[in-house]
Ligand binder design. Structure first.
Ligand code: SAH
Ligand code: SF4
Ligand code: F3S
Length: 446
């Protein structure tokens, strides 16, 4: 490669889960330390970081089409320096280097703290790949948080040891690690000082987090949440994604004890069939999952539940799929994500017998989503008449309109004289499938 002028502007494009969004922010902060600034909206960036996701086939293919569009001048006038980060970088680093000569840097999710050194090489025309996994070292060498926003993500746990048979995450993110308690409390303080009023704790298995508190006592996620709840100015705490097998009594109880902990639980189940769950290596049953949800409902009766589902796992019969529908009917989720099974290279399920035909998956996904949509609308409709605090996250479409989230993570829009980050008492007045209209009773906020 020829030497390239040092980039002055950058753009980070993050795909996939919220942990990638967090990593994208941290990479942006790293580049900021180097004096490289975000490219203004609509203008070319000198450096584009594609922060990729490998979870399903379509997500992974997107990388190559994005690289093609960037080099052919379709995305911006001038072809930029390109870095590929995230889970595709981890899984297919060498292939990317071979297939896409326009890529200068390939950096895995646990190595991106080394981006500045890679950039120095790229400027000299040297391409480099770093897919090492020194997880804690990464956090230790990242700059101080600068993000200014009413809501912030905070990665507390990374990686996965569960090895569900369909999933690439254990391979792309590595083994489960917990960031140290004191680092997290310090990062949360900085986020709050910079204006965050809500923090969402992130992890591929966030409830597997464990650490030692400032008195040297062993604590789980509930202990961390209790400590975060003591931070003045922090109004709301959320966490995602949990695994049914890492739940403990303290976390369930925390939902009844900590006002700042929002009444929302994202707990993926994937399937309602015990045979399929076993083949997925989920190590829980439909029944044990339902019992767990009951315990959350007992601790916090108004808790909103959300889940993830996969339809068409190899060998899934119509009857087994219907068990998933029955589970949905029983739980009545407030929100959910559902996917067609996607065979991922290197995972055990990809080579299992009885892969399901595309038409069958399409049909099952449609039927499942019809029920999930029904329940989401029903949950929103049941909220009408409730009064709750809404945290303003952004401006609405017209002047004086605001958009924020209810405690149950519903999008709520309303009018009034406010600013970003305000927590406004709102009456939920009208429900749609994806959002609610709120009304502000002036006296409540006087
Ligand atoms: N750690 C979390 C989330 C992992 S990825 C958990 O264990 O639940 C987010 C979701 O993507 C998963 O919950 C699953 O529903 C879906 N997913 C993962 N691998 C998939 C695959 N190969 N095909 C289709 N969906 C998949
Ligand atoms: Fe993937 Fe299973 Fe780990 Fe979740 S628990 S990240 S689905 S292997
Ligand atoms: Fe995708 Fe990696 Fe997240 S595969 S879902 S970006 S952990």
């Amino acid at each position: 490669m020829k030497p390239i002028d040092p980039p002055k502007t950058f753009r980070v494009k993050s795909f996939g889960c919220q942990m990638n969004v967090y990593d994208g922010e941290r990479m942006a902060e790293l580049l900021g330390e180097r004096g490289i600034v975000p490219a203004p909206e609509g203008e070319d960036a000198d450096l584009v970081v594609l922060n990729t996701c490998h979870i399903r086939e379509k997500a992974a293919e997107k990388v190559y089409s994005d690289i093609g569009r960037l080099t052919k001048g379709k995305t911006q006038k001038k072809a930029p320096m390109i870095a590929v980060a995230g889970c595709v970088a981890q899984a297919e680093g060498e292939e990317i280097m071979a297939r896409a000569p326009a890529v200068s840097m390939v950096v895995g999710p646990q190595a991106y703290h080394r981006l500045p050194e890679m950039l120095d090489k790229a400027v000299k025309g040297e391409r480099s790949t770093d897919t090492d996994m020194p997880a804690i070292a990464k956090f230790d060498s990242l700059p101080t948080r600068k993000r200014r926003s009413p809501t912030a993500f905070l990665t507390v746990q990374e990686g996965c040891d569960k090895f569900c048979t369909y999933c690439v995450v254990p391979y792309t993110r590595g083994a489960e690690i917990s960031r140290p308690y004191s680092d997290l409390i310090a990062e949360a303080h900085r986020l709050v000082e910079a204006g965050a009023r809500e923090i969402t704790l992130l992890g591929q298995n966030v409830n597997a987090w464990s650490g030692e508190d400032d008195k040297g006592r062993a604590v789980g996620l509930a202990g961390l949440i209790h400590a975060l709840a003591d931070i003045d100015g922090l109004e709301r705490i959320r966490y995602t994604t949990s695994h049914p097998n890492d739940m403990d009594d303290a976390l369930i109880a925390a939902h009844g004890e900590i006002d700042k902990l929002m009444p929302y639980l994202h707990l993926p189940v994937q399937s309602g069939s015990d045979r399929v769950l076993k083949a997925m290596n989920r190590s829980h049953t439909a029944e044990s999952y339902l019992q767990l949800l009951e315990r959350f409902r007992a601790a916090r009766p108004d808790i909103a539940l959300s889940g993830d589902f996969i339809v068409g796992f190899p060998g899934e019969t119509e009857a087994e799929f219907e068990e998933t529908l029955s589970l949905v009917d029983e739980v009545r989720y407030a929100a959910a994500f559902s996917f067609k099974y996607s065979p991922r290279p290197g995972t055990p399920a990809a080579t299992m017998d009885h892969q399901i035909a595309a038409e069958v998956m399409d049909d099952r996904l449609q039927r499942l989503q019809a029920r999930l949509n029904r329940d989401q609308l029903a949950f929103n409709e049941a909220s009408v008449g409730r009064t709750c605090k809404v945290l303003i996250e952004r401006k609405g479409k017209h002047e004086g309109q605001w958009l924020g989230k209810s405690p149950w993570l519903q999008s709520v829009w309303f009018d009034g004289d406010y600013q970003l980050g305000d927590l406004v008492e709102v009456e939920l007045a009208e429900a749609g499938p994806n959002s609610l209209r709120g009304l502000v009773r002036e006296a409540a906020n006087a």
